[in-house]
Design a protein around this ligand. Structure first.
Ligand code: C2E
Ligand code: MG
Ligand code: MG
Length: 633
C-alpha cells in the first residue's frame, strides 16, 4: 500500500488512466518530430515554426483534456470508495512504499498519515496475524492466487485492535513480476465480533460458561495427534454428579442450575492451563488432560477433582451434598481414538456409579461386558414388569431384648427364568430408567396385601417394612397411595414402615418435608435405612419425623474381627444408639449374622434386629411356616 510516502498529506488514489495519457502524448511527440526532420531537410524555417506551434497546441490541448478526464476518474473512484466506506491502499512491492487513503486512516483512528512503508504497517498488524498476512501477500505476489484477500487485526490509534478485510490485486510486468499492488480495506470488526460470539456460543455451555462437547472433540483430536507424535499420554475424566437428579427434581430447576454453576466453578479450579473442562450436558462434566505423565498421575488428578466436590455446596441458602462418580480412560492404554476413549471413560463412570458413587474407576476391559449386560438387563426388566416376574421375600425383625417377632422387611426378588436376581443388581438399572416407579407400586401393593393376610396370625399386629426408591418417593401422591393400599387390605397405617435412604433426605425440603409429615401424621412409620453409609447428617434427623434408624450391616459386621475379638470398627454403634435414643428413635441393627453380635447389640441397647442369624429373607409361605406358625417365638 503506498501513497507518496514522504508526503505530509494523504495521497489520492491514482487510477490507471494516467499511464494511457502519457502513452498518447509520446505518440504525438514522435509524429511531430518526424515531421520536423522532414522539414529540416527542405531547409526552410516556416514549416518548422508551423510544425512547432502545432505540436505545442496538440500537446497542451491533449494534456488539459486528459487531466480533466483524469480528475473525473479520480473523483469517481473516491466517491465510490466513500460510498463503500472502504479504505484504500497502493503499494510498491519493490520499494515497499505504501500509500493509504484517508478512510483507511479513519478506520484506525488516525488523522495524519504516518505509514511510509510496509514495515510501519506490519508494526500495526496483530502479532498473531502477521505470519498469515505475510503468507497471503507472498502467495499473491508469486501469482499463486488470482487476487489478494486477507482478514487480520490492526492496532488502532486507541491501542485496540480492529479487524480489517483487505483485498487487492498486483500489476505485473511482461515477465509476470509484480511491480504494483493496490486494493481496498473494509472494517469488519463488528462482523468478526459476531462471528466470535457465534463461535463461542457454538463451543461453550450457556449455563456454566465451560466448553462444550464440540470444543472437546476439537481439543481431544489435537491432544491425540500431539500425543501420537510425541509418544505422550492423554487422560479423559468423566464426572457425573451422584445426587443431582434428586436435587433438581425436588428443589427445582433454578436451584439445580445454580448448583451446576457452583460445581462448574469448583471443578474449573482443579484444571490447569492447557487442559479443558467441559459440561457434557445435564450433570456430566469431562476433563481432558492432554499431557499427563501416566496412569498414576491421571488417577491422582481424577481423585483430586472428585474431592473438590466433597465439601457441601451452599446454594440459595441450602447446604447440598453432591458427590460424583468419576470414570477415567487413558490414551494409549484404553483406546486409540477419541470415540473409544470417550466411550470407555463413560463406561468407567457407570462402574463408579454402580459401586455406590463417590469414587473413581479406571476403565478395564471387563467393563465392556457389563455395559452389554446392563442394556440387556433393562430389556429383561421391561419384560419382567409385563409378565409380573417379581416376588417379595420377607425377612423377620425381632425385638432384641425379648426375641419377639415384630414384623418383616419386604425385599424384592426377580426371577428371570431359573435365576433369582438380587435387587442390588437390578434396582440401580430400574432407577436409572424410571422403571422403579411401576415396580415400586407393585411392591407396595403386594407387601401390604401380604400383611393383610397375616392379620390375626399373632395376637399382636405385625409390621411391614417397605423399601422406597428416591424417584418413587417423590413421584405423585405417595401418601394417598400408601393409605389407599392400607385401606384396601385392612391394615392400620401404623403397621407400615417406609424405609428411606439418606440420599432421599437431601431433598427433604419444603413440600417433601410435608409428605413425610403427612405420612407420619396418618401413623405411617418412617425408617432411615443404611444409616452410616451415606453423608449421614444428623441435622436431618432433628427436623424430620423419623421413627427408626437402621444401622447399616457394615457396622454390625465390623463389631468383631476375624478372630472373634471385639473390634474398633464397631465402636460407632454405641454412639449411634445414644444419639438415636436421644431423638426418641428406635434403633434397628441389620445384617446380624452371629449370636455374639446379637448379644453385644442387645447389651448396647439396640431395639430391633434382623439378619441371617435369626432369619434369612423367605417367600411368604416359608415365612408363615417358620415364623408365624410358631407363634412369633
Ligand atoms: P436393605 O433395605 O438394607 O435390605 C437388607 C439387605 O440385607 C437385603 O438384601 C437382605 O437380604 C440383606 N441381609 C439381611 N440379613 C443379612 C445378613 O445377615 N447378612 C448379609 N450379608 N445380608 C443380609 P437384598 O434383599 O439383596 O436387598 C438389597 C437392597 O435392595 C436393600 O437393602 C434395599 O436397599 C434394596 N431393595 C430391596 N427390596 C427393595 C424394594 O422393594 N424396593 C426398593 N426400592 N429397594 C429394595
Ligand atoms: Mg431396607
Ligand atoms: Mg439397609
Amino acid at each position: 500500500m503506498s501513497m507518496q510516502a514522504a508526503q505530509p498529506r494523504t495521497a489520492d488514489w491514482s487510477p490507471p488512466a494516467a499511464g494511457r495519457g502519457v502513452a498518447l502524448r509520446l505518440t504525438g511527440l514522435a509524429a511531430a518530430l518526424s515531421l520536423l526532420a522532414l522539414l529540416w531537410w527542405q531547409e526552410s524555417p516556416w514549416p518548422l515554426l508551423v510544425a512547432l506551434a502545432a505540436l505545442i497546441l496538440y500537446g497542451g490541448v491533449g494534456t488539459v483534456g486528459q487531466l480533466r478526464r483524469l480528475r473525473a476518474t479520480q473523483r469517481a473512484y473516491q466517491l465510490a470508495m466513500q460510498a463503500a466506506h472502504d479504505g484504500f491502499w497502493e503499494w510498491n512491492p519493490v520499494s515497499k512504499r505504501l500509500a493509504v487513503g484517508p478512510r483507511l486512516l479513519e478506520i484506525l483512528g488516525y488523522s495524519q498519515n504516518f505509514l511510509p512503508d510496509t514495515h510501519a504497517w506490519l508494526e500495526l498488524v496483530h502479532p498473531d496475524d502477521r505470519a498469515h498476512y505475510n503468507r497471503t501477500v507472498a502467495e499473491h505476489l508469486k501469482g499463486r492466487t488470482p487476487f489478494f484477500y486477507c482478514e487480520y487485526r490492526v492496532r488502532s490509534h486507541s491501542g485496540e485492535y480492529r479487524w480489517i478485510a483487505s483485498r487487492g490485486i498486483a500489476v505485473r510486468d511482461a515477465r509476470g513480476v509484480a511491480y504494483q499492488m493496490a486494493g481496498s480495506v473494509t472494517d469488519v470488526t463488528e462482523r468478526k465480533r459476531h462471528e466470535e460470539q457465534i463461535a463461542h456460543l457454538a463451543r461453550h455451555d450457556q449455563l456454566t460458561g465451560l466448553s462444550n462437547r464440540f470444543l472437546l472433540a476439537e481439543r481431544l483430536d489435537e491432544a491425540l495427534a500431539a500425543a501420537r507424535s510425541a509418544g505422550g499420554c492423554v487422560a479423559l475424566i468423566f464426572i457425573d454428579l451422584d445426587r443431582f437428579k434428586d436435587i433438581n427434581d425436588s428443589l427445582g430447576h433454578r436451584l439445580g442450575d445454580h448448583l451446576l454453576q457452583a460445581v462448574a466453578g469448583r471443578l474449573a479450579g482443579g484444571v490447569r492451563a492447557g487442559e479443558t473442562l467441559v459440561r457434557q450436558g445435564g450433570d456430566e462434566f469431562i476433563a481432558l488432560l492432554p499431557d499427563v505423565t501416566g496412569r498414576e498421575a491421571a488417577e491422582a488428578r481424577a481423585q483430586a477433582l472428585l474431592e473438590l466436590l466433597e465439601t457441601p455446596f451452599l446454594v440459595d441458602g441450602n447446604h447440598l451434598h453432591v458427590g460424583a462418580s468419576v470414570g477415567l480412560s487413558l490414551f494409549p492404554d484404553d483406546g486409540d481414538d477419541a470415540e473409544q476413549l470417550l466411550r470407555n471413560a463413560d463406561t468407567a463412570m457407570y462402574a463408579a456409579k454402580r459401586d455406590g458413587g463417590g469414587t473413581v474407576r479406571r476403565h478395564t476391559p471387563a467393563m465392556k461386558e457389563r455395559v452389554l449386560h446392563r442394556a440387556s438387563m433393562e430389556a429383561r426388566l421391561r419384560r419382567a414388569i409385563e409378565q409380573e416376574a417379581f416376588a417379595l421375600h420377607y425377612q423377620p425383625q425381632f425385638e432384641t431384648a425379648t426375641g419377639r417377632l415384630l414384623g418383616a422387611e419386604a425385599l424384592l426378588r426377580w426371577r428371570d427364568g431359573e435365576e433369582w436376581i438380587p435387587p442390588d443388581r437390578f434396582i440401580p438399572v430400574a432407577e436409572e430408567t424410571g422403571l422403579i416407579v411401576p415396580i415400586g407400586d407393585w411392591v407396595l401393593e403386594n407387601a401390604v396385601a401380604c400383611l393383610g393376610r397375616w392379620r390375626g396370625a399373632l395376637p399382636r399386629p405385625l409390621r411391614m417394612a417397605i423399601n422406597l426408591s428416591p424417584r418413587q418417593f417423590w413421584s405423585g401422591d405417595l401418601t394417598s397411595r400408601v393409605l389407599a393400599a392400607a385401606e384396601r387390605h385392612g391394615v392400620d397405617p401404623g403397621q407400615l414402615e417406609l424405609e428411606i435412604t439418606e440420599s432421599m433426605l437431601l431433598r427433604a425440603e419444603g413440600e417433601h418435608v410435608a409428605v413425610l409429615r403427612a405420612l407420619r401424621g396418618r401413623g405411617v412409620r418412617l425408617a432411615l435405612d443404611d444409616f452410616g453409609t451415606g453423608y449421614s447428617s444428623l441435622s436431618y434427623l432433628h427436623r424430620l419425623p423419623f421413627t427408626s434408624l437402621k444401622i447399616d450391616r457394615s457396622f454390625v459386621g465390623a463389631l468383631f474381627d476375624e478372630d472373634g475379638n471385639y473390634s474398633e470398627g464397631g465402636a460407632l454403634i454405641p454412639a449411634i444408639v445414644a444419639m438415636a435414643h436421644s431423638l426418641e428413635l428406635e434403633v434397628v441393627a441389620e445384617g446380624v449374622e452371629t449370636s455374639a453380635q446379637l448379644v453385644l447389640l442387645r447389651d448396647l441397647g439396640v431395639d430391633l434386629h434382623q439378619g441371617f442369624f435369626s432369619g434369612r429373607p423367605a417367600a411368604e409361605a416359608d415365612f408363615v411356616r417358620r415364623f408365624l406358625a410358631a407363634g412369633g417365638r
